[in-house]
Design a protein around this ligand. Sequence first.
Ligand SMILES: [Cu+2]
Length: 379
Amino acid sequence: MNKGWALGLKGLAIAAALSMAGGTLAQDATPAAISAAPAVAPVAPPTPADVAAAATAASASVAETAAQHSAVQNDAIMGYTRTAPTDRIGQPVPKGINLQEQFTPIGREAKALTENILNPIIGVISIFVLGLMFWVVFRFRSGAVEAPSRTTHNFTIEVVWTLIPALILLFIAFPSFRLLANQYSPPKADLTVKVTGYQWYWGYEYPDYGGISFDSVPLSKEDAAKEGTPYLLEVDNRLVVPAGATVKVLVTAADVLHSFAVPSFWVKMDAVPGKVNETWFKVDRPGVYYGQCSELCGTKHGFMPIAVEVLSPDDFKRWVRMKQAQDGIDPTGPGIALEPTPVSPATAAAAVRAAIAPSTAPQIANTEAPAAPAAAPAA
Ligand SMILES: [Cu+2]
């Protein structure tokens, strides 16, 4: 019996030693790949026919363009083309059992904590307990023991099996609390977006940029196949954010509980009607990242995916200007109003034609200008 206790103690000690040596938290590890250039789908330059078609449409109103096809053409002309997702990045992989690759500082810290500390400790404890059970079952089976022991207390082992788990918890607590603190003390936000969950789609709003707002619904199977994007993850209007910016996300819901979750950002926040929850992320790598509603919210719960497109800061500004033009919002927001609005090729051509043509119209307007006030009251 004494030999048995001694073996048990030895096992506990080995388990504790192994778990302590399980790994260090690579909190500030920043894989070089993270800042690598994104794989962006090549953008086909608009053909003269496209430009002509767009010019016709633009003369009325870009926002009122009905057909999706011509809307996409206009988007391209205004400097924005949808980024193609990268295979195995920002989305689940077939037969994958590990966490998705992380692209935010919090995600990297949390993944390191999980893989370097939690998983080894869980593994060692599980194997130790399983081994102990097998050993007890075989060593103390009825055929091997003539007179069963009547021992009920052992002071040493009770101290050990209380102390070692407490030390393991303490060891986990430090990196765990640090992660929690980092998660809840975000850097100053560069951009705020409001996310609203509806039955069954997402709505996005940009209060910093004149209140750009739009709904985001999944692409049909055919459209996703045509675009080469994942069905049930891809949407018509993505949440677009700039790379390297701290994005504050205000999450709410309009009808029932939803949950805004993007696994590769380590973001999951409940969307609660009548309440605004806050989370944040900062992604350096431009690309497309997918998520899903993670709160059972009704029959089409599985059909309200989230697609986040991270663009370079310049491309993001172009996207903002395009959205503002489509929504009839005056150029506004950080870095938007200060710079000249990009001119589409069609508009530029019209401006050149106007400049080189004999400019009769402005002269007439100038010479007749003094007469205008007199005419005005009569009209
Ligand atoms: Cu939902």
